[in-house]
Design a binder for this molecule. Structure first.
Ligand SMILES: Nc1ncnc2c1ncn2[C@@H]1O[C@H](COP(=O)(O)OP(=O)(O)OP(=O)(O)O)[C@@H](O)[C@H]1O
Length: 239
């Protein structure tokens, strides 16, 4: 579905956002991208989305309709929920899909509300529905739930999971949340350094839905923390 070969993004000031990144993704996979702040995760997603064309190296999609979602919902304040979902779609088109998506994200009763009348979680639900209206082959999600409280976040992770179970949309999820990546991803890529490079890949074989308290996932979490240099053995802490 996606083959990325040795791509690097260097900015005008000569600094690279990330470098020498190579990977490939199969159709229907959910890929989590984890890495500490500033290692180039958002930059990588911008390149893959086509928003940023100033990169070296190559990547190709075998199919390519991309849906994108960001940390903040980026809704048009003067449009209703329904109109926001259909934004960019020709008038009168995709009517049934819009209704289906409203139901899917649980906002049927709020279709005529404006963004100012929505909670943060409802606004992100609207953004999820909007990213799906083009029926994308791949969803690119840049920390989509990181501004939400813990409970809303878990609800929306479950919503994303049910969307994936229904549609098997190939998904790349950039996140700071290791538990989120472990809950949703088939593979997790760890970026490290500044500029970031692909440092490790962790495969998560557990079938979905997964239990958030799964012992095997906890072991993977410890492995990831070690890879990120964040798993400090208490014996080594000097006071
Ligand atoms: N337009 C730009 N011009 C110059 N440097 C940039 C630009 N955009 C990003 N960078 C730099 O590229 C590096 C990677 O930034 P990026 O936002 O991709 O990191 P990130 O891993 O997504 O960080 P965070 O997790 O904090 O969102 C940073 O050092 C950043 O300052």
């Amino acid at each position: 579905m996606l083959a990325v070969q040795n791509i690097t993004r260097t900015f005008n000031d000569g600094k690279a956002g990330f470098r020498n990144v190579t990977f490939s993704i199969e159709e229907g996979e959910v890929i989590g991208i984890l890495g500490t702040s500033g290692c180039g995760k958002s930059t990588l997603l911008r390149v893959l989305s086509g928003l940023d064309k100033e990169y070296e190296g190559q990547f190709s999609f075998s199919k390519r309709t991309v849906g994108m979602m960001f940390q903040e919902p980026r809704l048009m304040p003067w449009l209703t929920v329904h109109e926001n979902i259909c934004f960019g779609v020709q008038k009168g088109q995709k009517k049934e899909l819009a209704e289906e998506l409203l139901k899917l994200v649980g906002l049927e009763e709020f279709a005529d509300h404006h963004p100012k009348d929505l909670s943060g979680g409802m606004a992100q639900r609207t953004a999820i529905a909007r990213s799906l209206i083009t029926e994308p082959d791949v969803l690119l999600l840049d920390e989509p739930f990181s501004a939400l409280d813990a409970f809303t976040k878990m609800q929306l992770q479950d919503l994303l999971l049910s969307i994936w179970q229904n549609r098997k949309t190939t998904t790349i999820l950039v996140t700071h949340d290791i538990d989120e990546a472990l809950y949703l991803a088939n593979r997790i890529f760890i970026l490290r350094g500044q500029p970031g490079e692909l440092y490790a890949e962790i495969k998560i074989d557990q079938a979905k839905p997964r239990s958030r308290g799964d012992v095997a996932l906890a072991e993977k979490k410890a492995e990831i923390l070690t890879l990120l240099d964040l798993n400090h053995n208490s014996k080594e802490v000097k006071l």
